[in-house]
Design a protein around this ligand. Structure first.
Ligand code: ADP
Ligand code: ZN
Ligand code: ZN
Length: 729
């Protein structure tokens, strides 16, 4: 009897599908890709099981068409991890497995790195041949001489020789003077360890010594203020991993993967470094993936999806900025790279270090309950001192486009002392909306329950939620008045205010609009870092992860927008942003100052943050979550639905509610409209599930979701499940 093989196939299937083993081919193994028929199509799937029992009669099964790999692409451990996460996040198994692969492997391309031709000197070539060639074929002679000197020539070197060097080389091959060979190259960066390591301070030493590659699993939180030398701790641990012949996987947020970080790793590590992020071409991504899998790369630095890369000789996992929202995927397969990293480290029995200056409340709760080792680096490394934070009460203060007199005074005094000033406002554009001064009309988006941002530079209204743009109306669409005024603050507006108030001071603005051109973000950051611009203004792009050694004053223009956000994580995000942006100040020898403008100086969160720093804030915020029964005190999942028909999402979710298995352990809330009910022309509703037993929540979803799938109403909406949501909007 032909054997049945379970294959994970892209499509809405929770479980793998059964196929018959291919005829005339060896049995494919788990982790190999196969080409399978599905309906009238042929798809690339991945074998997950070959010993399966099937309840489908074998004459009704189709055969695997062909096996695409001669050995498993991913090992049993990684396969099991991805299957586990597909179940945990309730995502179709084939989609999870296939989306874990680089695009080229998804498309069925061979799992081989880029290759280039390498020309080598043949053993037959003699000096006398060179003399003979010199007379008859000077070009060939020149190339032969090259080969005799350097033994090999690459395609890149060939390009530098000009003329038709390739044709001449082919003639040398034909004459037996040279040979060719295809050489794989993985596009790795070679680290040279040209710079010595710092002598670690005591706190750094204690945390670094606790990270022991090759000595089993441990979870460590490296909780260190900005500039405390966390990266040095990682580098120390990575160096030891390399010395033991072990690989390190470093996961960083999207914005953290900068050329500065890479060059620092290169300067400090004697290692082959592979990099994986969304800015690479498909073949570059494949190369990095294969380099890690083949063990050619000692270190793999990547964003979120790097968590699914196979490792030949794993020794250590590091997640930098573990609190960062970009570590959770927000559509499709909604996994948390941080949470999966912990699981993966556990399966691989390697240590994992989570680093942050502002750890997430989830991670802090785990550190508190001693599931994680908690290492604190509370002092800045080297000479730098911690900045001084204070609140500027905005109530009743005259303001000049959002800048209060006390803030202007502080800016002036730092500029006078030849300091550098960073102003932070997490809102781009000129103003969040336009208002009619006659009748109060507001520029609202026609497709969202949101206002359109006024962009003065490009003279347009732009909705940041659906990307819709339109020209600025000449007069009020409601009353015809021409007195339309900007309402509220955006970075463009602050830029204008600063330019008029500090006319001769060089300024850079860094936000998504000012950095659209490729490379412009890096250019502007360099101007900021070199101290050429004295005034720096920007959104969170500016707040995260960069050293700005000469900044002496950080001004937070508006703390209030984060205090009253609709999402329960808004205060946590605000505190993290304030601390991160404050961490930009005084990183070198000068002490820094942080001034925070607010209309709510008595707000307990701000008070806590100012007086006790992030740890005090986090403790209070955790107590609040506990009291409210919110994560991490309880597990949460959301079922979201959206449709262009306003009533459809609610109808669907109501029908779903009616099919829910009753479990007292899980609280079900809703359906209720999403906080922003309409977005991009679609109405949105959701059900929230909460439980203090994660397993009970999982069991419920497992029983419930197949029933929801079978609902007729489910075809009229777009719906999805989000386990451990990081935003509930
Ligand atoms: P973090 O990652 O916590 O923000 P970094 O590792 O980037 O901190 O270190 C901040 C600065 O302090 C860097 O300029 C680094 O070179 C310097 N530094 C780190 N550790 C030491 C040390 N032990 N002695 C002297 N300087 C250090
Ligand atoms: Zn009007
Ligand atoms: Zn919109």
């Amino acid at each position: 009897m032909t054997q049945t093989i379970q294959v994970a196939v892209p499509g809405p299937f929770a479980e793998p599908l059964d196929y018959l083993a291919p005829t005339n081919e060896p049995l494919p193994q788990p982790g190999m890709r196969v080409q399978v028929p599905l309906g009238r199509r042929q798809l690339v799937g991945m074998v997950v099981e070959t010993q399966a029992q099937t309840h489908i009669e074998s004459h009704r099964l189709k055969s695997i068409i062909t096996t695409l790999d001669s050995e498993p692409l991913i090992d049993a451990d990684l396969l099991a991890l991805i299957i586990w996460s597909a179940h945990y996040y309730h995502h179709p198994i084939g989609e999870a497995l296939i989306s874990a692969l680089p695009a080229r492997l998804r498309q069925g391309h061979a799992a081989t790195p880029s290759a280039e031709t390498l020309w080598q000197l043949s053993a037959h070539a003699q000096a006398s041949d060179l003399d003979a060639l010199r007379r008859r074929a000077p070009r060939q002679a020149m190339l032969l001489e090259h080969l005799m000197q350097s033994q090999t020539l690459t395609a890149a070197q060939l390009a530098g020789l000009g003329g038709d060097a390739r044709a001449a080389l082919q003639k040398l091959v034909a004459k037996g003077f040279a040979t060719t060979q295809q050489q794989h190259h993985y596009g790795l960066m070679a680290g040279r360890a040209s710079e010595p390591a710092f002598a670690l301070n005591d706190a750094q030493h204690t945390s670094a010594a606790a990270i022991q590659p090759g000595h089993g699993h441990a979870i460590l939180l490296i909780d260190g203020v900005t500039g405390s030398g966390k990266t040095e701790v990682y580098l120390d641990a990575i160096t030891r991993a390399i010395q033991q012949g072990l690989q390190t996987l470093v996961i960083v947020p999207e914005i953290g993967l900068t050329p500065q970080l890479l060059s620092r790793f290169q300067r400090r590590l004697a290692a082959q470094i592979a990099v994986l992020h969304s800015g690479l071409s498909d073949s570059e991504r494949l190369n990095a993936w294969l380099a890690a899998r083949a063990g050619k790369a000692d270190v793999l630095i990547g964003t979120r999806s790097a968590i699914f890369v196979p490792l030949a000789r794993p020794g250590l996992i590091i997640v930098d900025e573990e609190h960062d929202a970009s570590l959770k995927q927000q559509d499709g397969f909604r996994y948390s790279a941080r949470d999966l990293a912990i699981l993966r480290a556990h399966r691989l029995e390697v240590p994992i270090a989570l680093g942050s200056a502002t750890p997430s409340l989830e991670t802090l709760a785990n550190a508190r309950s001693q599931r994680y080792q908690h290492h604190q680096l509370s002092e800045r490394a080297g000479q730098a001192q911690a900045p001084l934070m204070r609140l500027l009460d905005m109530r009743g203060q005259p303001t000049h486009d959002g800048l209060s007199a006390p803030l202007i005074e502080r800016v002036q005094s730092h500029l006078d002392a030849d300091g550098q000033v960073l102003l932070f406002l997490n809102r781009r554009g000129f103003s969040p909306t336009l208002i009619c001064h006659e009748c109060g009309w507001l520029a609202e988006c026609q497709r969202c329950d949101a206002r359109m941002t006024y962009h003065r530079g490009k003279r347009r209204l732009h909705c940041h939620h659906c990307d819709r743009e339109q020209p600025i109306p000449r007069d009020c669409p409601s009353c015809g008045s021409v007195d339309l005024r900007p309402l509220g603050l955006g970075t463009e507006r602050i830029e204008q205010a600063l330019q008029s108030r500090f006319a001769d001071t060089p300024l850079v603005r860094i936000d998504r609009d000012s950095t659209r051109q490729r490379g412009s973000f890096e250019r502007q950051m360099q101007a900021a870092q070199r101290g050429e611009a004295k005034l720096l203004l920007g959104t969170q792009m500016l707040a995260k992860g960069h050293h700005l050694p000469t900044v002496t004053l950080v001004g937070v223009i508006d703390a209030d927008q984060g205090l009253f956000g609709a999402d329960f994580r808004a205060p946590e995000r605000l505190a993290q942003l304030i601390i991160q942006v404050a961490g930009r100040a005084g990183r070198a020898e000068r002490p820094g100052e942080v001034a925070i403008q607010t209309h709510h100086p008595e707000h307990p969160l701000l008070q806590m943050l100012i007086h006790g720093g992030y740890p005090a804030f986090a403790q209070a915020a955790l107590a609040e979550r506990e009291a409210a029964g919110l994560p991490p005190a309880r597990a949460m999942a959301l079922i979201r639905a959206e449709a262009t028909d306003a009533a459809a999402p609610r109808r669907f979710l109501q029908a779903a509610q009616a099919l829910a298995p009753e479990t007292p352990a899980v609280e079900r809330l809703g359906p209720y409209p999403a906080p922003m009910e309409r977005r991009a022309g679609r109405y949105r509703a959701q059900i929230m599930l909460q439980s203090d037993q994660r397993a009970a929540l999982q069991t419920l979803l497992k029983q419930w979701l197949p029933r929801i799938h079978s609902l007729r109403e489910s075809r009229r909406v777009r719906w999805s499940v989000d386990v451990d949501p990081t935003e509930t909007l």
